[in-house]
Unconditional design. Structure first.
Length: 328
């Protein structure tokens, strides 16, 4: 005679709870979230806490002070204690936005930064591809020369470039037969000279970063494209650039931030912003307002505007990238 086992008897002991409910049917317990390894959900933040405190001290507090001063009347009279500090609200921003020179400087800054970013990316990416095509010794020489330019302090490099392109003893003018031509006298020639110096000290970062990304691309892919008869430009456009997109995003954002905040090169090479301020950019303009004119509130307001512009540009750029389905 065959015996049939009841399903209730076949279930292991303790598998059913009160009312016959299984453990899977019980509502989850409320409390701290626990990772699969048994750690609390706050554990990663505890490890990050020292770095977050350091960033708060170095970034958050200065930005807070910058924003606070931009809403006050804070000139040399308030610094020396001769007059009390008063709250101005958005008065400093109204004064700034009603100044026609501010809009001229803003436009010049945007155009100059765009030219620097485009030039830096073009030269850096071109030299990165070149590094993959030359032999070891020339590659080492190019890398060392580029890193030397990158490591040179901005004030030192700017001073050297002013000497090289000087109207009196500059060797560049003698080689080009320009005589006593002054590069820093005209507005556009001065901006062009500063652009070359910014390009000289900025392209190594792009070159080294993109070169490292190219080396990570499987050589079989590039060799197959070459065997199919693809040109170097087509290989870069259809293979390298899409695979290097995360790296190109990083170097582009970094270049935008650096070139938008150029100060030392403009200040040194154009002697504080050029004749009658024709070569002013926002950083030098803020310096003149804050320290040359002792209008610290206006200088802080310019700094806040620069911060907002950079955040907006970065967020828009990242949003456009994410719309294209790129993971960041």
């Amino acid at each position: 005679m065959t015996t049939h086992t009841s399903p209730l008897k076949a279930a292991p002991a303790g598998a059913a709870g009160a009312g016959g409910a299984t453990p899977a049917a019980r509502p989850p317990r409320r409390g701290r979230s626990v990772s699969p390894r048994g750690h609390s959900g706050w554990t990663p933040w505890l490890y990050l806490l020292p770095a977050l405190l350091l960033l708060a001290g170095l970034l958050v507090y200065p930005i807070y002070q910058l924003g606070l001063i931009s809403f006050l009347e804070y000139t040399q009279a308030q610094v020396s204690g001769g007059e009390p500090t008063t709250f101005q609200g958005f008065g400093n921003y109204a004064t700034l936005f009603n100044d026609s020179q501010f809009w001229q400087v803003l436009l010049a800054t945007v155009l100059f930064a765009a030219a620097c970013v485009i030039s830096t990316l073009a030269v850096g990416c071109a030299l990165a591809v070149l590094l993959t095509r030359i032999r070891a010794l020339p590659r080492l020489a190019l890398m060392m020369a580029a890193l030397g330019a990158w490591a040179t302090p901005a004030i030192t490099g700017s001073t050297v470039w002013v000497f090289l392109f000087g109207p009196d003893f500059g060797p560049v003018n003698k080689v080009l037969g320009l005589g006593d031509f002054s590069w820093t006298y005209g507005r556009y020639s001065a901006f062009a000279l500063v652009l070359l110096e910014v390009l000289w000290c900025s392209f190594p970062f792009v070159m080294v970063t993109v070169y490292a990304g190219i080396r990570a691309i499987p050589t079989e892919v590039l060799e197959a494209a070459s065997l199919d008869g693809a040109s170097q430009w087509r290989i870069w456009r259809t293979i390298m650039a899409p695979m290097l997109k995360p790296i190109l995003i990083v170097v582009t954002i970094q270049s935008i931030i650096w070139d938008f905040k150029v100060f030392t090169q403009i200040y040194v090479m154009t002697n504080g912003g050029g004749i009658a301020g024709q070569n002013l950019v926002l950083n030098v303009y803020a310096y003149q307002k804050a320290f040359a004119s002792s209008q610290y509130s206006l200088g802080s307001a310019i700094g806040v505007v620069m911060l907002v512009i950079l955040l907006a540009v970065t967020l828009v750029y990242l949003r456009l990238v994410r719309r294209q389905g790129e993971e960041l």
